[in-house]
Design a protein around this ligand. Structure first.
Ligand SMILES: O=C(O)CCC(=O)C(=O)O
Ligand SMILES: [Fe+2]
Length: 319
């Protein structure tokens, strides 16, 4: 029996998704960020296989104990071009992988991006970049600390979709995921209480403004006492309160204990529920030979209206 958080498409289902995605690669104007293409994508996403739609909706209803959904055996292109290696690389063309990622993401909600990140493109390449090995960003290859995606932002993504186009040479790069639901069992009452206090500030990455322009103080845990939401980035979230620091350390330890590692295969797609799960990545060794690890990423909002004031001209790109 397959675990509840994993869904493998049958061959027939994969062929159906492939046909739908191929139609999208031919849809006008062939560019992911254009409204006409996105409208077509939404329409076609209504025709995804019923079992897949059902699973995506079930995940939207409740992300389960692990806060993530792994979809396997999606269609993959017959020939994949060289892995990009330039900084801030994005995919604007409606390729097969970008089409699959957008069509499935639209079943969860609205695909969005941020103006100051990767040129506001809706589909972004997650690839190692020469010279950035040590960076705490998805261009690096040292371990990437566990984080809520865009933890500093008032309109954080509800879901992060990561579609594997190519694995790393050594199958060493593991996407790490830890859900707060699993973490809670490993936190004592005092730690939980500290993490609910507005004692923590989170810095934006340099691309989003001055590095010293952190958030207003916020809590790490909010909402239901037993089943809270989590907001933390172990690289960017800080507190000057000694008890707060201790609570962060206890949290980091609990996250290490429960986090799972997913070594993605081509045509695997993971959705992380960014309200209840943190993600990060283990280290790997890039070779910059065109065959490096390559994920494509998209962000999803459940309530498009809520971010309206941050989106000029009704676009999908938030400031
Ligand atoms: O490389 C990965 O597996 C995850 C990178 C990451 O955190 C991201 O792209 O948001
Ligand atoms: Fe991330």
């Amino acid at each position: 029996m397959e675990p509840e958080n994993t869904f493998t498409l049958s061959e027939a289902e994969r062929d159906d998704v492939a046909a739908l995605a191929q139609e999208l690669t031919r849809a006008r104007p062939g560019l992911v960020d254009e409204r006409e293409w996105l409208d077509r994508c939404r329409t076609l996403s209504c025709h995804l296989p019923a079992r897949l739609q059902d699973r995506l909706r079930a995940f939207r209803h409740d992300p389960g104990p692990t806060g993530r959904l792994l979809l396997r055996n999606l269609p993959a292109a017959d020939s994949v071009p060289a892995t990009p290696r330039e900084p801030d690389s994005v995919e604007r063309r409606a390729t097969l992988s970008a089409s699959v990622l957008c069509a499935l993401s639209m079943e969860l909600g609205d695909v969005i991006a941020y103006r100051n990140e990767k040129q506001g493109a809706l589909v972004q390449n997650v690839v190692p970049v020469p010279g950035r090995e040590g960076q705490q960003s998805n261009a690096g290859s040292v371990p990437l600390e566990m984080h809520t995606e865009n933890a500093f932002h008032p309109h954080r993504p509800d879901y992060v979709g990561l579609f594997c186009v190519r694995s790393d040479h050594d199958r060493a790069a593991g996407l790490r995921v830890a859900s707060v639901r699993a973490v809670m069992d490993h936190l004592d009452a005092g730690t939980r209480e500290m993490l609910r206090q507005p004692l923590f500030t989170t810095e934006p990455p340099p691309s989003f403004g001055r590095p010293d322009s952190g958030t207003k103080p916020h809590a790490v845990l909010t909402g239901d006492a037993e089943d809270p939401d989590i907001r933390v980035d172990f690289h960017a979230t800080h507190t000057s309160d000694p008890w707060g620091r201790q609570a962060m350390e206890a949290l980091a330890e609990a996250v290490r204990t429960v986090s799972e590692e997913l070594v993605l295969e081509p045509a695997d797609l993971v959705y992380v529920d960014n309200r209840v799960a943190l993600h990060g990545r283990t280290a790997f060794v890039p070779r910059y030979d065109g065959q490096d690890r390559w994920l494509q990423r998209a962000f999803v909002h459940l309530d498009h209206r809520r971010s309206r004031a941050a989106r000029a001209h009704h676009s999908r790109v938030l400031s």
